[in-house]
Design a protein around this ligand. Structure first.
Ligand code: ADE
Length: 226
């Protein structure tokens, strides 16, 4: 898989994508991640990528031209399954969407900034708008990092334990059961006896019950989703 991220703040993305599992995934060739500085596609000497809103609203708007040039350059080299724009008014991101994106070959993520992007970009160049939640960030970079992280870890081979990604919270609309490690007792706080019983069948049943109980208690709306 290949992920191209277009941003005015490449520095903001460097560290989250260059560490731990996501770094190893790139080194092992499971994914290629390219961060493009939108200013490299500006056509003026100040490298501007934004301008005043025609509507007279406060705040700058990202211009069409540099974005069109960046996206067109990438598209001239390969086909993209999706051109994503990160924005608080996009569709709310979830595990199902991450699963879908992880099946794709090539995606572009355009990070929003300032007051937004010229509407014509959204109409003509963007194929999907994603919000990571109902709150407003200073820019779409952290959203792009979150989307990339959640997708890359699903690519087969990225997480060493093959089944690990499949047993995550949300994969079957259930939260994961609690986990414990040694010591079995600390300050009188005990690990549930059943986990020390060695009875794998009983343990599996307990985990399932815990998942359902936690989901009902903490995220009941997940049980209504198909
Ligand atoms: N940009 C600013 N806020 C955002 C959000 N909640 N999701 C995605 N991109 C954003």
């Amino acid at each position: 898989m290949r992920i191209d991220i277009i941003t005015v703040l490449p520095e903001l993305l460097r560290s989250p994508l260059d560490i731990s599992i996501i770094k190893r995934a790139q080194q092992k060739g499971h994914v290629e991640i390219f961060v493009h500085n939108l200013r490299d596609y500006s056509n003026n000497k100040h490298r501007n990528v934004d301008d005043y809103a025609f509507s007279g609203e406060a705040g700058m708007v990202m211009m069409i031209e540099p974005i069109d040039r960046a996206i067109s350059t990438l598209k001239s080299e390969r086909q993209y399954d999706e051109v994503i724009y990160t924005s608080p008014d996009g569709v709310k991101y979830n595990q199902r969407e991450a699963n879908k994106l992880a099946t794709f070959e090539n995606i572009i993520i355009l990070c929003g900034h300032y007051k937004g992007i010229d509407q014509r970009i959204r109409e003509h160049l963007i194929t999907k708008e994603i919000s990571i939640g109902d709150y407003v960030l200073t820019g779409g970079e952290l959203a792009a990092a979150i989307i990339t992280d959640s997708v890359v870890r699903l690519i087969p081979g990225v997480i060493s334990d093959e089944t690990s990604a499949l047993t995550d919270s949300f994969q079957d609309n259930l939260l994961a059961p609690p986990v414990y490690t040694r010591p079995a007792e600390y300050k009188g706080w005990k690990v549930p006896d059943i986990l020390l019983s060695g009875d794998s069948k009983k343990i599996e049943k307990w985990k399932e019950e815990q998942s359902i109980e936690r989901t009902k208690r903490l995220r009941p709306e997940l049980l209504d989703e198909e």
